[in-house]
Design a protein around this ligand. Structure first.
Ligand code: ATP
Ligand code: FE
Length: 355
């Protein structure tokens, strides 16, 4: 089976072609066009600008993905598209393009949950078997999920307020670093002393695996202002120390909560225990290293996708769509775009797709 994936739920326009044969699924091409520079001046992703940019570049992404794969539309067996959750204008751009392609070619149309794309990626990259424990940690989400099959996700806990990716982005803004904040803060933190500026670890001593990151953000703002007041501005060293202190707090929160989630997961005595981390923040080196160390201690297989498949991409959408295509499932041209679409709940509010 050969499937095209389309992704446009946030600020990356992406298309990819995936082929599954006897040897498993292979990414034939994966094209991602980021929009960071379009939003830079606004200090965050502007939904209207994102939607317009997706509408402009998505079909070029599809053309590029097909041509890189050396294929045409006639070689495809299906079209998978992110149908939510995300910024509704962007999701609609992708869904409308996919509907048009499906109507023109007669190919099955498959709506995919963006989060299922992130959550299933470790199966694409490492052949992970169900059930595995997943930490999905991204720009908008942070949750522990038992991934039982392609469509069954059981939530064990997660953030009660912000997502770590959002906190990385906010931290970058506070420190005058570029967006997306994650990679910028990670690079800056390498130059800093993580022990000099001590930031809080909210909820760390509470039982369970819920997390909180909003207090950390506020504390960072205060610590930055204190540093600036003392030195009459933000020195290079202070900036690096703040980045390092922030990143270290996130590492510790995620590691401690993963320890608890692993204990819950291991209670079910899985035959081949496996843990995966996925989503944009899973691209972070120190976070990957800390979680890998924890798994080594616990005797649990560890998996983290290559960096380009952690952040948004369409290969993960094609891969998640493949499972439905294989099962003979498809959506009609009345497929809706959903701004919210939790992975672990069947019912979620829908918004008409304009058709
Ligand atoms: P969601 O998947 O929750 O809908 P999203 O699609 O916007 O949100 P992703 O693309 O999955 O988010 O992840 C983007 C986030 O990952 C951004 O907040 C970015 O700062 C963060 N990120 C990317 N690379 C790194 C890194 N090296 N370290 C920390 N965070 C990172
Ligand atoms: Fe994402």
């Amino acid at each position: 089976l050969t499937i095209l994936g389309i992704e446009s739920s946030c600020d990356d326009s992406a298309a990819a072609v995936l082929r599954e044969d006897g040897a498993g699924a292979r990414v034939l091409s994966s094209v991602v066009r980021g929009q960071a520079e379009l939003h830079e001046a606004f200090g965050g992703v502007v939904p209207e600008i994102a939607a317009r940019a997706h509408a402009e570049v998505l079909d070029h992404c599809v053309e590029a993905a097909l041509s890189e794969a050396g294929l045409g539309l006639a070689d495809l067996d299906g079209i998978a598209v992110t149908a939510g959750p995300g910024l509704i204008g962007g999701v609609l751009s992708g869904v409308m393009l996919a509907k048009g392609l499906s109507a023109a070619t007669g190919l099955p149309l498959i709506g995919v949950n963006h989060l299922a794309g992130h959550a299933l990626t470790p199966r694409l990259t490492d052949g992970l078997e169900f059930p595995y424990l997943l930490l999905l940690v991204s720009g908008g989400h942070c949750q522990f999920l038992m991934v039982e099959d392609e469509a069954t996700f059981r939530r064990l806990g997660g953030t009660i307020d912000d997502a770590p990716g959002e906190a990385f982005d906010k931290t970058a803004r506070l420190l005058g670093l570029p967006q997306p904040g994650g990679p910028a803060v990670e690079a800056e933190a390498r130059e800093g002393d993580a022990g000099r500026i001590r930031l809080p670890r909210p909820l760390l001593d509470r039982p369970g695996c819920d997390m909180s990151f909003s207090g950390l953000k506020t504390a960072l703002l205060r610590a930055r202002d204190a540093e600036m007041a003392e030195a009459g501005g933000l020195t290079r060293a202070a900036r690096a120390d703040l980045a390092a202190g922030f990143q270290q707090a996130v590492v510790e929160i995620l590691t401690e909560k993963t320890r608890r989630a692993l204990a819950l997961y291991l209670e079910a005595a899985p035959e081949r225990p496996a843990f995966a981390v996925a989503g944009g923040v899973a691209a972070n080196g120190p976070i990957r290293a800390a979680l890998q160390g924890l798994c080594a201690e616990a005797g649990v297989a560890f998996s983290a996708p290559p960096l380009a498949l952690c952040t948004d991409n369409a290969a993960m959408i094609a891969f998640a769509g493949l499972a439905r295509l294989r099962a003979g499932e498809a959506d009609g041209l009345d497929l809706s775009a959903r701004p919210r679409w939790p992975l672990d709940a069947a019912a979620a509010p829908m918004i008409g797709s304009g058709r």
